[in-house]
Unconditional design. Structure first.
Length: 164
């Protein structure tokens, strides 16, 4: 049996930033696994949705998830399931709107704070296998995976409460 001190010991060369980055990378991979359970398979498109939604949560820093979060997705593809799992917005709950487009881009909103961000998938490096694309999307620096711009669309006002 190990003593407490040994269990808490970490690599002495690992900085706090490294520890946080490792935790973040593991969290993204766990979210990807959860999204794959909903989606039915694992693919680069799903990874795009998971990474975009996780990045949006970091950027917007909402005080709470829920009815204040909204997303307008540009395009219909596998990434929608990743957004639903991570950001908590669905077509069914009225907080995910999908617009037809050839671009994989996402307009994220926190209606409570008024913050918003648009993330558009960047051009992928050439010559990567399907698995390498997925890994790149999940682990590369954010600015290599997405371009960040102001939103293109206004978020609709809060939806009225459902009638009972």
């Amino acid at each position: 049996m190990r003593c407490r001190r040994q269990r808490k010991r970490r690599n002495k060369h690992e900085s706090g930033v490294d520890i946080l980055e490792n935790r973040r990378e593991n969290m993204i991979k766990e979210l990807y696994e959860k999204a794959g359970e909903l989606h039915g398979h694992y693919c680069p498109g799903l990874a795009i949705g998971v990474r975009a939604a996780a990045a949006a949560l970091d950027i917007l820093s909402p005080e709470k998830k829920g009815k204040n979060l909204y997303c307008i997705a540009e395009g219909r593809a596998c990434y929608l399931d990743g957004i639903q799992v991570v950001f908590g917005t669905t077509v069914g709950n009225g907080r995910l709107e999908v617009r037809d487009s050839d671009e994989a881009a996402f307009n994220f909103y926190d209606r409570e704070s008024g913050k918003s961000v648009r993330l558009a998938a960047a051009v992928m490096p050439e010559g990567l296998s399907r698995d390498e694309k997925r890994d790149f999307i999940l682990t590369a620096p954010l600015d290599e995976v997405f371009t960040q711009t102001p939103v293109r669309f206004e978020a609709p006002p809060d939806l009225p409460p459902k009638k009972k």
